[in-house]
Write a protein that binds this ligand. Structure first.
Ligand SMILES: NC(=O)c1ccc[n+]([C@@H]2O[C@H](COP(=O)([O-])OP(=O)(O)OC[C@H]3O[C@@H](n4cnc5c(N)ncnc54)[C@H](OP(=O)(O)O)[C@@H]3O)[C@@H](O)[C@H]2O)c1
Length: 264
C-alpha cells in the first residue's frame, strides 16, 4: 500500500550500527535484503544478522546481482537433481535467474538449451554456455529443441504460461519440470495427471527454511568470488531513473540483472 519505498536487495558499505551491534561492521562491504521495501534509497536500514559480507574479490555490484538470483538458481538446480549428461532447457535464459541456471547446469555437465525472446538474448545464452540457443519468438522453436536434443530431462521455468507448456511437452519420461516463476504473468499450471501420464515430475520448490536460504546465499557469493558463477548485469540506471528501469524490465528489453545505482 502506498506510500511505499520499493526495493529489497541492496548492497553498500555499513555507515553506522545500532546499540549493541558489533561496531566492527562499520566500513564493511555488505549485501542484504531489507524485508521487501526500503531498498530504493540512498541509505538503507537492515538487521545486523541479515547482512552478508561481500567476499574479497567480488565486486559489490556483482554481489548485489547474485544476492537473490544466485541462491534461487542454486536451489532450483538441486531441486532438479541436474547431473552430467542431462538435457536441460532454461526458459528466459538471458534473464537474472536464467543466466545463472545456464552456467550452473553447464558446469554440472548438462547439455544446455537456452531459450529466450529474440536473437540477441539467445546469443547471450550461448555465450553463457548453452550448447543450443533458441529464440522462442520464432514459431517452430520446440521442434528445433526436439531435433537437437531428442527430448529433455529438465525444464527450468521462470516464465510460465504457453511457453512453459510448450517446454513441458518436450520432456522425456523421467523428466523434471521445475516451475519457480511466472514472469509472463501466469504459472505453467501443468495438470498433475498430465505429468504423471508422461512420467514427468513436477517440481515446485516451496519456500526453504531461513538457514537453507542463508547457506545458499553465502554459497552463491563464494562461487561468484571464485569466478565460477558470473552474474550478468545487463543494465544499470541511476536511482532517480528507477521508473525507466521498471519500464525496460516490463518491456522485456533487459538482459540479466538490472541495477539501480546510488553511487559507485
Ligand atoms: N530473482 C529471484 O531470486 C527469484 C526468486 C524466486 C522466484 N523468482 C521469479 O522468477 C521469475 C524470473 O525472475 P528473474 O529475476 O530471473 O526475472 P528477469 O531477469 O526479469 O527475467 C524474466 C524474463 O522473463 C521473460 N518474460 C517472458 N514473458 C515476460 C513478460 N510478459 N514480461 C516480462 N518478462 C517476460 C523475459 O525474457 P525473454 O524476453 O527472453 O522472454 C524476461 O527477461 C519471476 O517470476 C520471479 O518472480 C525470482
Amino acid at each position: 500500500m502506498p506510500p511505499l519505498v520499493p526495493g529489497n536487495g541492496v548492497g553498500g558499505v555499513v555507515s553506522a550500527v545500532g546499540d549493541g551491534v558489533d561496531a566492527g561492521l562499520v566500513g564493511r562491504r555488505v549485501v542484504t535484503a531489507t524485508g521487501g521495501s526500503g531498498g530504493y534509497a540512498e541509505r538503507a536500514v537492515a538487521a545486523a544478522d541479515s547482512l552478508f559480507e561481500v567476499p574479497e574479490g567480488l565486486a559489490l555490484a556483482d554481489a548485489v546481482a547474485l544476492l537473490a538470483d544466485g541462491r534461487t538458481a542454486l536451489l532450483q538446480l538441486r531441486a532438479a537433481r541436474v547431473g552430467a549428461g542431462d538435457r536441460v532447457l532454461v526458459l528466459a535464459a538471458a534473464g537474472g535467474v536464467g543466466s545463472l541456471l545456464v552456467q550452473l547446469a553447464a558446469a554440472a555437465g548438462a547439455t544446455v538449451v537456452g531459450a529466450a525472446g529474440g536473437a540477441r538474448k539467445a546469443a547471450v545464452a550461448a555465450e553463457l554456455g548453452a550448447k543450443y540457443a533458441v529464440d522462442y519468438r520464432e514459431a517452430g522453436w520446440p521442434e528445433l529443441v526436439r531435433s537437437g536434443t531428442g527430448g529433455l530431462d529438465v525444464v527450468f521455468d521462470g516464465v510460465g504460461g504457453d511457453l512453459a507448456r510448450a517446454a513441458f511437452e518436450l520432456l522425456a519420461p523421467g523428466g523434471r519440470m521445475v516451475s519457480y516463476g511466472l514472469a509472463g504473468g501466469t504459472w505453467a499450471a501443468i495438470p498433475p495427471e498430465a505429468a504423471a501420464a508422461r512420467g514427468v515430475e513436477l517440481v515446485a520448490p516451496g519456500r526453504p527454511d531461513p538457514a537453507l536460504l542463508r547457506a545458499a546465499t553465502a554459497e552463491a557469493l563464494a562461487e561468484g568470488a571464485a569466478g565460477r558463477l558470473r552474474p550478468l548485469i545487463g543494465q544499470r540506471f541511476p536511482l532517480e531513473r528507477a521508473a525507466e528501469a521498471h519500464a525496460a524490465i516490463e518491456s522485456r528489453a533487459t538482459t540479466g540483472k538490472t541495477l539501480l545505482v546510488v553511487r559507485e
